[in-house]
Design a protein around this ligand. Structure first.
Ligand code: DX5
Ligand code: ZN
Length: 219
C-alpha cells in the first residue's frame, strides 16, 4: 500500500507562537507542513505573505506544501521557489493558462498542484491531469479554517481517482478543509493520499497526539 500523508495546516497555529507550533509539527508524525497564502482578492481573507513564509521556512524541517489562494499566481512562482516551497498549488479558477503555470512551477524545481473549489468539476482536468503532481480537492470554500466538511467531496474524490487511473497519471489526491477523525478513513478509502487538517489538530488538547491518531486511522 502507498503511504498516506498528513499535512497540518499552519493557518490554525498560534501565530504568536509560530516557532513552537512549527517545532511541534517537526517532532510529530506529520509528513508535510501545509501553508495557506490568501490575498484578499481570490478569497475573502488575507493570511500572511512572503516575510512570514521566510520565517516558517527557516524552522520547518518537512516538505513545504504551499497552497496559493491568490489571483495571478504566475507572478510569484520564482519567489515561492526561493522561499523554500517544495510543492506549489495554484487554484484552477485563478489560472486561465493552467498548463503554462504548471510548466513554470516545475521549471523552478517544485512539484505542481492544482486546487479545485467545491463547485469545480474534476472532469475539467481531463487534459492536464498527466502534468499535475497533486490535485487539492477543497472540501470547504477556501478562505477560512474551521468550516464544515462538504459531503459531496467523497464522490468528487472517487471521480478524480477514476480519471487519474484512466489516464495512467501519477497524481496525488489531497483533501483540504474540515478534515477530522470523523472523515479521514472514508476519504482515504475513496482514494485520497494526503489529508490537510488545521483546526482539528491545532485546536486539540495535544496536537502531536492528534496527528498520531490521524496517522493511525489512515494507515
Ligand atoms: C482553507 C485552507 C485550509 C484550512 C483548513 O481555505 O486552505 O488549509 O487551513 O482548515 P481546517 O482544517 O480548519 O478546515
Ligand atoms: Zn489549504
Amino acid at each position: 500500500m502507498d503511504k498516506k500523508i498528513i499535512a497540518p495546516s499552519l493557518l490554525a497555529a498560534d501565530f504568536a507562537n509560530l516557532q513552537r507550533d512549527i517545532e511541534m509539527v517537526n517532532q510529530s508524525e506529520a509528513d508535510w507542513h501545509h501553508i495557506d497564502i490568501m490575498d484578499g482578492v481570490f478569497v475573502p481573507n488575507i493570511s500572511f505573505g512572503m516575510p512570514v513564509l521566510k520565517a516558517i521556512s527557516a524552522h520547518a524541517n518537512k516538505t513545504l506544501d504551499v497552497h496559493l489562494m491568490i489571483v495571478d499566481p504566475d507572478r510569484y512562482i520564482k519567489t515561492f521557489a526561493k522561499l523554500g516551497a517544495d510543492r506549489l498549488t495554484v487554484h484552477y479558477e485563478a489560472c486561465p493558462h493552467l498548463h503554462r503555470t504548471l510548466q513554470a512551477i516545475k521549471a523552478e524545481g517544485m512539484m505542481a498542484g492544482v486546487a479545485l473549489n467545491p463547485h469545480t468539476n474534476v472532469s475539467l482536468l481531463e487534459d492536464t491531469i498527466n502534468d499535475i503532481d497533486l490535485v487539492c480537492v477543497m472540501s470547504v470554500n477556501p478562505g477560512f479554517g474551521g468550516q464544515s466538511f462538504i459531503d459531496n467531496t467523497y464522490d468528487k474524490v472517487k471521480a478524480l481517482k477514476a480519471l487519474i487511473e484512466r489516464k495512467g497519471a501519477k497524481t496525488l489526491i489531497e483533501i483540504d478543509g474540515g478534515v477530522s477523525s470523523e472523515n479521514a478513513r472514508q476519504l482515504v478509502d475513496a482514494g485520497a493520499n494526503v489529508l490537510v487538517a488545521g483546526s482539528f489538530i491545532f485546536k486539540s488538547e495535544q496536537p502531536a497526539q492528534t496527528i498520531k491518531e490521524l496517522k493511525n486511522l489512515i494507515a
